[in-house]
Design a protein around this ligand. Structure first.
Ligand SMILES: Nc1nc2c(c(=O)[nH]1)N=C([C@H](O)[C@H](O)COP(=O)(O)OP(=O)(O)OP(=O)(O)O)CN2
Ligand SMILES: [Zn+2]
Length: 147
């Protein structure tokens, strides 16, 4: 079980939910500065996804916790991230599967789903831990988070 205190994000909404999930994946960072991380290696990633909004859906949910797990764990668990060419690329640094880019990609996948719901909650933060000593936070710009 994941138990951690996460950084808080300020937002104007009345409801906020948080979903912890984990997935095992391999990656390589195709940059000279990446050193040993240029080689294929694996991590157990821990993600915390924060969703906020003012309206609930017909189930009384902002969004179903299980749906968030399905979107992210279902897509990335036991994969090689570099092979997921819809999300990542070995040719553009902004799409290398770094912690930063994976965190942003999780945001994009979650928000894309939320944009299709009637109650339209917003993903306001993604926390992604790659190693015991390394993590990244992704927060959309306010105009995207509060649209
Ligand atoms: N800004 C980033 N820097 C690094 C990333 C990254 O995604 N963003 N990734 C790596 C490697 O892929 C590696 O997985 C993580 O590196 P690091 O934290 O250095 O891992 P260690 O286990 O060796 O950390 P120690 O604290 O030294 O034990 C590298 N950099
Ligand atoms: Zn790595």
């Amino acid at each position: 079980m994941i138990q951690q205190i996460y950084p808080t994000v300020s937002h104007p909404y009345s409801y906020e939910l948080n979903k912890d999930l984990q997935f095992a994946a391999a990656h390589r960072i195709p940059a000279d500065q990446a050193g040993k991380c240029r080689e294929l290696h694996g991590h157990t990633y821990f993600a915390n996804i924060t969703v906020a909004g003012d309206e609930l859906d017909e189930s009384g949910f902002l969004v179903n916790f299980a749906l968030l797990k399905q979107l992210i764990h279902g897509r990335f668990d036991h994969t090689v991230l570099n092979d997921d060419t819809e999300s990542f690329s070995d040719l553009e640094a902004d799409r290398f599967p770094t912690t930063e880019v994976v965190a942003r990609t999780i945001y994009e996948l979650v928000q894309h789903h939320l944009d299709q719901t009637a109650n339209r909650p917003r993903c306001v933060q993604v926390f992604l831990r790659e190693t015991p000593t390394s993590y990244c936070l992704y927060r959309p710009k306010p105009e995207n988070a509060h649209a």
